[in-house]
Design a protein around this ligand. Structure first.
Ligand SMILES: [Zn+2]
Length: 316
């Protein structure tokens, strides 16, 4: 039986000092939740992204400094994790997981990275728990692979619905018309100095389901008018959730499911392969963050199945 592929790293869990505010426990909870509730998802270990792959979106100096630990203390403070070999391993596998998810999506319609969405990393710096920008690396690698195969150039849309702006992604692709960056985020939230995405939608504190979904509708219409992607990378951040500690928005479980459904449906209607990554999620009760993420996987699986049914009818 063919199953929807989701890529993880055994090293998604970093040892952190006690009291560190990053909720590492959610990665193990997501794996358990998928095992228990969604056996249709096949979890596969992601390979490490190589130096050459990372260099598609990052400077050799940044890759080297992160890898050998010579990165300066201020840059590590901006990332927010202590440097360790495990952190390097985790960051490389997380980029590898989005690469594999994109390859799987291009073959089967929909696939996942069970972490990733590290959108605050730009070419020569990290920030906000992000070391390498997995979506940027994967987008550029898919473009290179498609170029080598002699097909038409691949255009990629990054639809970033994490509650924080995808400032790193915006910066990396600022002068690259082949990648469209859409970010919907809290206007008053981190990062406080925003970059210019191709399309930024700023939401007020306390924004609820109806207002959010209307804004998403407008944003997808505009994306559709301005760009024709051959691949969507969707950052399905769980942090717009109403009980998120860092989100400042007020989306319910139902609102977040409707959000996911709208994005998957946008891609499906146009038969655009879609790879998704988890990005942020910081609910006081991390089980609620994982519940949001499991909801995303449920919707994703529905659309994955549509792709397989269409392929089986010889009508992809
Ligand atoms: Zn976030």
């Amino acid at each position: 039986m063919l199953l929807m592929r989701a890529f993880y790293s055994g090293r998604f869990v970093l040892p952190l000092p006690s009291g560190h505010r990053f909720p590492m426990g959610r990665y193990a909870l997501l794996r358990e939740g998928l095992e228990r509730h969604l056996p249709e998802v096949r979890m596969l270990e992601a390979p490490r992204a190589s130096d050459g792959e990372l260099a598609l979106a990052h400077t050799p100096a940044w890759i080297a400094a992160i890898t050998d630990g010579s990165v300066d203390a201020q840059a590590m403070r901006e990332i927010g994790f202590p440097w360790s070999e495990a952190m390097v391993e985790r960051s490389r596998r997380s980029a590898g997981a989005t690469i594999e998810a994109c390859r799987a999506a291009l073959a089967e319609g929909v696939a996942a990275n069970m972490a990733g969405g590290t959108h605050h990393a730009s070419s020569d710096r990290g920030g906000g728990f992000c070391v390498f920008n997995d979506a940027a690396v994967a987008a550029r690698l898919m473009q290179a692979e498609q170029g080598r195969s002699g097909k038409a150039p691949l255009q990629v849309a990054v639809i970033d619905l994490d509650v924080h702006q995808g400032n790193g992604t915006a910066r990396i692709f600022r002068d690259d018309p082949s990648v469209f960056t859409l970010s919907m985020h809290g206007q008053k939230n981190f990062p406080f100095r925003k970059e210019a995405s191709d399309l930024d939608v700023e939401l007020p504190d306390g924004c609820g389901d109806a207002e959010y979904l209307a804004a998403l509708e407008h944003a997808l219409d505009e994306l559709d008018r301005r760009f024709t992607p051959g691949l969507v990378i969707y950052l399905a951040g769980a942090d717009p959730f109403e009980r998120d500690r860092l989100g400042r928005l007020k989306l319910s479980f139902d609102g977040l499911e409707a959000r996911d459904r709208r994005v998957f449906d946008f891609a499906w209607q146009r038969r655009i392969p879609l790879a998704f990554a988890m990005a942020g999620g910081y609910a006081s009760d991390i089980a609620e963050t994982v519940q949001v993420q499991l909801g995303t996987f449920r919707v994703a699986f529905e659309y994955w199945r549509r792709w397989q049914n269409a392929a089986a009818r010889g009508n992809p």
